[in-house]
Ligand binder design. Structure first.
Ligand SMILES: [Mg+2]
Length: 253
């Protein structure tokens, strides 16, 4: 039987909805502690820093460490550093810019000739002017690096909000080219970082998430087991789904 040592939890729609912790989460985390499976937090959220997300989890009562939280903004910074990008044009929020600069990569302004890439993340203030700036940087030969292609993400009261995907798609559409790199899910870069940071093998990690095209596909591409809890009714269904995870991780263990 396969034995897992770690669980990589998606956040939006798996651990919380907006600012509300989902039912059953504390129970599952307590169970993982009992069976000695280490939880990690894995989100495509690119608008916040790793530290912002750690603070949100802590505020919701989840006891973890900063180094166990991975988001696509943090991953973007690491990717740029690993691939020797010195200067980039950032099309995203202040959180993404901060993570890129934390990695030692400079975010330059539009028109700067030193930028090697345009990096796209979720930006709730995205507009026509920003799109125009992005396509002009790409026209000058930058590579296009996107945080993810998530179409939407769920918040409270059954609402959804547009994700990074539609912003990346607007840029791709205007330029007539596809992104060169995706640093977030379903690409496997975040799992690669997790394995190298903690010394895990692919089969040591179970990915738990509510989005098939993102969470589950990442696990499959990487060769890790996964648990899908998606597309169930908002209220009772999710609780059942969380109970289901408990059973499934127990089985994997
Ligand atoms: Mg999700």
């Amino acid at each position: 039987m396969m034995k897992v040592k770690a669980a990589a939890f998606d956040l939006d729609g798996t651990i919380y909805l907006g600012d509300t912790l989902m039912e059953g989460v504390m129970e599952v985390l307590g169970y993982l502690k009992e069976i000695n499976v280490e939880p990690f937090y894995f989100t495509n959220n690119s608008s916040k820093t790793r530290e912002d997300i750690f603070n949100k989890l802590t505020g919701l009562g989840i006891r973890t460490e900063l180094k166990k939280v991975y988001n696509s903004a943090y991953a973007a910074g690491l990717y740029l550093k690993k691939n020797a990008y010195m200067e980039v044009y950032c099309m995203g929020s202040a959180g993404l810019k901060k993570e890129i600069e934390n990695a030692g990569v400079k975010c330059v302004s539009e028109g700067s000739s030193g930028a090697g890439a345009v990096v796209v993340g979720l930006d709730s203030a995205f507009d026509y002017k920003k799109l125009a700036a992005g396509i002009n940087m790409l026209k000058n030969g930058c590579s296009l690096i996107i945080c993810n292609r998530d179409r939407t993400f769920p918040v409270e009261n059954g609402r959804i909000l547009p994700g990074c995907g539609p912003i990346a798609a607007a840029l791709e559409n205007a330029c007539g080219r596809k992104a060169d790199v995706t640093v977030g899910k379903p690409d496997t870069f975040m799992l690669e970082i997790l394995c190298s940071d903690w010394g895990y093998e692919k089969s040591d990690i179970v990915v738990v998430g509510d989005t098939y095209d993102s969470d589950i596909l990442m696990a499959q591409k990487f060769g890790s087991p996964s648990v899908f809890i998606g597309e169930l009714p908002e209220d009772a269904g999710k609780t059942e789904a969380i109970r289901e995870i408990k059973g499934l991780i127990g089985l994997l263990k």
